[in-house]
Design a protein around this ligand. Structure first.
Ligand SMILES: [Fe+2]
Length: 183
């Protein structure tokens, strides 16, 4: 499946534009992680891009979310490693994180929310002026972007990444697609 085909599948299944932006942000971070860890950028990017394709369909029901999505991407012909990463990224199912791809998607997903919130509190609401150091400070403020699960973000350690490194990588990745994110 090409990226264009994946974007068309997202358009057909996801109405929430903020959710689409979140998927694009996750794609960017996943590509950057793959580059850093000498993994396949297009495979990791595709997992990030498609990981929440079922959220509208599941109406935010966490017992449904990611099971339907995994079935959908399997039917689209994507590789078993992508299917597993998408299934496992919702911790509610208790599917263990096995591969590096599983672990990367799990920690990248909530980082997008923390970084987006870091941009939205700025007067210009842009990512350009956000610094990794401010993300680090916001990470410690539990009430800031409370939905961005801190333990899940901190699980970047399972990939051998320090939090500071992960913030810098994630921020740069999202800044590189800031236009698509509207930030
Ligand atoms: Fe997500």
């Amino acid at each position: 499946m090409t990226r264009e085909e994946a974007l068309r599948a997202i358009d057909a299944n996801v109405k929430n534009q903020n959710l689409i932006k979140h998927m694009l942000a996750t794609e960017a971070i996943m590509r950057a992680l793959a580059l850093k860890l000498n993994e396949d950028e297009s495979v990791w990017g595709m997992a990030g891009l498609l990981h929440d394709i079922d959220v509208d369909i599941c109406h935010d029901d966490m017992s449904c979310h990611s099971k339907i999505g995994a079935d959908m991407v399997a039917k689209m012909g994507l590789s078993p490693e992508i299917v597993h990463a998408i299934l496992a990224h919702n911790g509610a199912h208790g599917v263990p994180l096995e591969s590096s791809l599983d672990k990367a998607l799990y920690c990248a997903d909530p980082l997008t929310g923390l970084i987006t919130a870091g941009a939205l509190v700025r007067p210009d609401k842009k990512l350009a002026g956000v610094e990794a150091n401010s993300i680090r400070k916001r990470f410690k403020e539990k009430s800031f972007a409370a939905g961005a699960n801190r333990e899940q973000i901190a699980s970047c350690s399972s990939l051998g990444l320090e939090l500071e490194e992960f913030f810098a990588l994630g921020l740069a990745a999202m800044q590189s697609v800031s236009r698509d994110l509207g930030l």
